[in-house]
Write a protein that binds this ligand. Structure first.
Ligand code: HDE
Length: 699
């Protein structure tokens, strides 16, 4: 195949996909799949006259093709991470890592590498809700000039298990139970917590998934981690162990649990729509890309094994070196051939990058390739979304179901008398495995450092802010309350006393466990950097892409409405007008506004902040239970709420305030718990930087 002239450009994959892309709006006639124009796609060929509709005819090749194609539309969903959404983007390096690797993508600062990223949940089926409590997949296919490099990561830096042979067990335990296929999109059930107790190695990870990390506000506001330990190899052949990090520009933010539960029903597509809307509006999500590096000879210097995926590498010991940036900037054209058919493999690496003996990674390297065969067939790498942008050819890999590439030439083996399709030397870019020395006995076991399971779980919990800790206690309580087998919830509450005694006591009280008298493991209170998500707030609070609702009924103050709407819009917020009816609401001064939604069609849970302008409409709003609930629910979820003039007493009543403190002496504005009310114009409200001290994740 000829080299794609764009293989080093950010739009290289876009150009590559054009040869398989058609457009339904191209004014082309409808045809059969064999190209014959169709005259009537709406009626099956049958025996019929004016009085009687007779039998349909098997002869109708057009109807049969249509129905047969439909019958076979579905393919098996992914065995895990079935629910997902994807987007295209680019990777740009700003500092070469040539000291540690020869990989072009990590050394050539002049290129932009196209990529496809798929976010996902793990437990639920393809049609499950976005906002469930779960790990989020963060899988990236980098179409590099030297071949595809897949980083199949998560938004949590550690994993449940250490040995990949346990993967079917951990997944079976979390998936719907076998006898009744319940529950969907949840880990709150007996089998999951039974497994968690049986495997103390999961203790660190289950602190993370009971934290706010497992209910992100947006895919755009999560970190991404490669999780497994890979290797980087430099020109001199020296090896560094490496972990990959992606840190979002917008900061790390979460929903509160009550919001997540409600959004699951109100808008199950909340996260995928959020991503698509931001990209569509040109607010491209960005992440900084960084490396944690451990020289091979220093790998034994830690109290944990750097190849153990249930451990993080503390940033105090191994700082992150940020060297690049990733951006998502284009939505897919069609979900199935792009987001559904994309297939990632941890074994897809490029020269300069290599594996490690991480026992989880080793098993993953088998599993991903294998699972694609049952989902997509043996030629899955030929699918447009999966094929590389650089030249690729193997005279040996041939045939099989779905093969469509035509390979000319007389030989299909190597070596051959023509020297056709020769392998490349290292100098020509051929992949050469790092010549690692091995020793040890052949055994089903892990080395000793893998046996410690609690230290980092404690450090994680200790490092959280009080409000994050409260959320962890609430999450454990919710989950274990859903287990009806006392063996399961009693054992788990006891296990929690190996992390923190107060945590264990709170959860035991809530779910009916036995209150533990003492810790199973002393907690010395050690903390570490980079674990609390509050460390990842953007330097300056921003409202860009935040969803802000303005509540209106007939009689609102037009000026206060439009001024606020304009100013918020200028600052990049997504502003939605929520009215009493979508036919239109009329301002005091007579202007008519067509709202985006009526008050029952969209709820406070779907927005980050609420503003109520003044005006006579308050009389109607304050008599309406749904509007009143809007305000009190937004307050309960710690959202920024703003009101002006007549809206002030309405808001104060809904949030249960009898008195509010005056934020600034002499200011007409009042502030209490992030709620700002005032009697000036809307712009004066904005001057004090209101409408959003970012309270998300703090409830
Ligand atoms: Fe996966 N995982 N996994 N996983 N995983 C799959 O591959 C597997 C693990 C992750 O958007 C499957 O294509 C094993 C860790 C993501 O298409 C399957 C083990 C991490 C995705 C598979 C793990 C992940 C998958 C199912 C233990 C974080 C979705 C469909 C050794 C670093 C990719 C597929 C997408 C998907 C196997 C553990 C992340 C069955 C055996 C650790 C993001 O191959």
């Amino acid at each position: 195949m000829a080299a794609n002239p764009n293989s080093k450009a950010a739009d290289g994959k876009h150009a590559d996909l054009q040869r398989d892309t058609v457009d339904v709006h191209d004014k082309q006639h409808m045809t059969t799949d064999h190209g014959v124009k169709i005259s009537n796609p709406d009626q099956w060929l049958r025996i019929v006259d004016e009085k009687k509709t007779g039998p349909s005819l098997l002869e109708d090749q057009i109807a049969r093709e249509k129905i047969m194609r439909f019958d076979h539309e579905r393919i098996p969903e992914r065995v895990v991470h079935a629910r997902g959404t994807g987007a295209f983007g680019k990777f740009k390096l700003y500092e070469s890592a040539a000291d540690v690797t020869t990989a072009g993508i990590l050394t050539d600062t002049s290129r932009e590498t196209p990529l496809f990223l798929r976010f996902s949940t793990v437990q639920g089926s393809k049609g499950s809700a976005d906002t469930v409590r779960d790990v989020r997949g963060f899988a990236i296919k980098m179409y590099t000039a030297e071949g595809n490099w897949d980083i199949v990561g998560n938004n949590i830096p550690v994993f449940f298990i250490q040995d990949s042979i346990k993967f079917p067990d951990v997944i079976h335990s979390v998936k719907p139970e076998p006898h009744n296929e319940v529950p969907q999109g949840q880990s709150a059930h007996n089998n999951f917590w039974d497994f968690q107790y049986m495997h103390s190695e999961v203790t660190h990870m289950n602190q993370w998934i009971m934290s706010d990390r497992a209910i992100p506000r947006s895919f755009r506001m999560m970190q991404g981690f490669g999780v497994n330990t890979y290797s980087l190899i430099n020109k001199a052949g020296k090896r560094h162990f490496v972990k990959f990090h992606f840190t979002p520009e917008l900061g790390v933010h979460s929903l509160v649990w009550d919001e997540a539960l409600k959004i699951g029903g109100q808008d199950p597509d909340f996260h995928r729509k959020d991503l698509m809307e931001a990209i569509e509006a040109g607010h491209f999500p960005r992440w900084k890309f960084g490396l944690q590096l451990i020289p091979e000879e220093k790998a034994d210097n830690f109290e944990f094994d750097p190849l153990d995926a249930t451990k993080v590498w503390p940033e105090e010991l191994v700082p992150i070196r940020y060297i690049g940036e990733m951006e998502l900037n284009r939505n897919v054209d069609e979900f199935f051939p792009q987001t559904e058919q994309v297939a990632f493999c941890t074994s897809h690496i490029v020269p300069g990058i290599d594996f490690s003996d991480d026992p989880l990674l080793q098993g993953r390297n088998f599993s991903y390739f294998d699972t694609q065969i049952s989902r997509l067939g043996p030629n899955w790498e030929e699918l447009p979304i999966n094929r590389p942008v650089c030249p690729y050819m193997s005279l040996v890999n041939r045939d099989g179901q779905g093969r469509h590439r035509i390979t000319k030439g007389k030989v299909n083996y190597w070596p051959n008398r023509f020297e056709a399709n020769p392998p490349a030397t290292a100098e020509q870019g051929g992949f050469v495995t790092y010549p690692q020395k091995q020793q040890g006995a052949k055994k089903r076991a892990l080395s000793d450092k893998f046996k410690e399971h609690f230290n980092q779980a404690q450090v994680f919990y200790n490092s959280l802010s009080p409000i994050e800790k409260l959320h962890v206690a609430k999450a454990f309580s919710f989950e274990l309350d859903h287990c009806d087998d006392p063996v399961v919830y009693k054992r788990m509450t006891e296990r929690l006393s190996a992390i923190d005694l107060d945590l264990a006591k709170t959860v035991a009280k809530n779910v009916g466990g036995d209150t533990p008298a003492k810790s199973l493991k002393e907690n010395k209170g050690t903390k570490a950097k980079g674990l609390s998500q509050l460390e990842y707030m953007p330097e300056k609070p921003i409202i860009t892409t935040r969803r802000i609702a303005i509540l209106l009924a007939d009689g609102f103050d037009f000026n206060q409405y439009t001024t606020m709407k304009e100013v918020l819009g200028e600052r990049g917020a997504f502003v939605f007008t929520i009215g009493a009816q979508r036919q239109g609401v009329t301002a005091e001064s007579g202007q008519k506004v067509i709202p985006d939604h009526f008050y029952s069609g969209a709820r406070s849970t779907l927005f980050d902040a609420v503003y109520v302008p003044g005006g006579k409409h308050i009389q109607a709003l304050s008599k309406n239970g749904v509007f009143k609930h809007w305000i009190s629910e937004a307050f309960a979820h710690l959202k920024a709420i703003a009101g002006a003039n007549e809206a002030v007493p309405f808001i104060e009543r809904q949030i249960g305030l009898s008195e509010v403190e005056v934020a600034k002496s002499g200011s007409p504005l009042k502030e209490s718990y992030g709620v700002i009310t005032g009697y000036g114009d809307a712009v004066s409200l904005l001057k004090v930087g209101t409408v959003g001290p970012d309270a998300k994740g703090l409830a």
